[in-house]
Write a protein that binds this ligand. Sequence first.
Ligand code: NAD
Ligand code: UDP
Length: 312
Amino acid sequence: MAKRILITGGAGFIGSHLCERLLAEGNHVISLDNFHTGRKENIQHLLANPKFELIRHDITDPIKLEVDQIYNMACPASPVHYQHNAIKTIKTNVLGMTNMLGLAKRVRGRILQASTSEVYGNPLEHPQTESYWGNVNPIGIRSCYDEGKRVAETLCFDYHRQHKTDIRVIRIFNTYGPRMIPDDGRVVSNFIVQAIRGEDITIYGDGSQTRSFCYVDDLVNGIIGMMNTENFIGPVNLGNDGEFTVKELAELVIKEVGSKSKIIYLPLPQDDPARRKPNLSLAKEKLNYVPTVPLLDGVRKTIEYFKKSLNT
Ligand code: NAD
Ligand code: UDP
């Protein structure tokens, strides 16, 4: 049955893919965004759809809407952007989450929180399972995001315990694909854009740190699966468990773009996690979630997107 769905951060990278998919399934979708890192062009093609609405609003201010489901995706995800105005990032995670939980409580709707692998910090357990409590610096430059997302999870579970609010919590691992902003600062978009432009590829540190990269279509399957599952509220890891060093990613991108760019090494940012890889057993067991797009295929699709979008 068609639902009325609110997507905060709906003009952002992942949010815009969610809007597209949920509209295609016949739902009414409200995309709410303050356009901090989101762009109207990400959802321009949806504006003519009568089932789609776009609201410019900041979730740190309360809002009254009548909806069945809320996907709370609003929050800058790139370290460069979330550190740019750190206090605002905390407010988005704490005040914004409180406002969205209040909305879910009022309408008796279901709310899904986009949490993050960053709640594990620089993990001492590898790969990371949902039962691991993390290794997070509470006063560092990543804390506004890491600790903000941890409090947001706490708020979800307290609303659930205290008010029986119908919550779902997912922990997203590094996701990439079309509609990332070219100067977003995240590693996949940075390397692809640098390779296409023939600029130096900037590896931070020695490139031995690892990440596990998930193509956005796989993630969207997992997100919608989690929202619509019964008797399981999470948290659950979502991502891809193929693990690569940043250097391997740089070499792959240079080869696939056919670029003459050379690799340069810059200082590693403070508190940059050394290794990250999700244990996806719980996602498989509860949601039948298995990512299907290998890094090579996803990187090729993303290169195609950036080649087109950088030209226009
Ligand atoms: P993004 O920066 O592209 O999208 C975030 C969107 O939220 C943007 O459109 C931005 O304008 C909007 N926004 C930010 N603050 C807001 C506020 N106060 N009020 C209203 N709108 C606001 O990032 P993304 O990669 O699409 O990430 C979406 C969500 O997923 C975020 O919550 C992020 O923390 C989470 N996440 C993403 C990844 C990833 O690898 N992409 C990993 C872990 C978690
Ligand atoms: N990184 C890099 N060069 C860049 C951008 C990022 O070497 O131009 C590294 C970064 O230091 C980190 C990894 O790539 O080790 C992933 O960075 P990203 O900002 O994409 O995500 P996160 O650190 O949040 O996982």
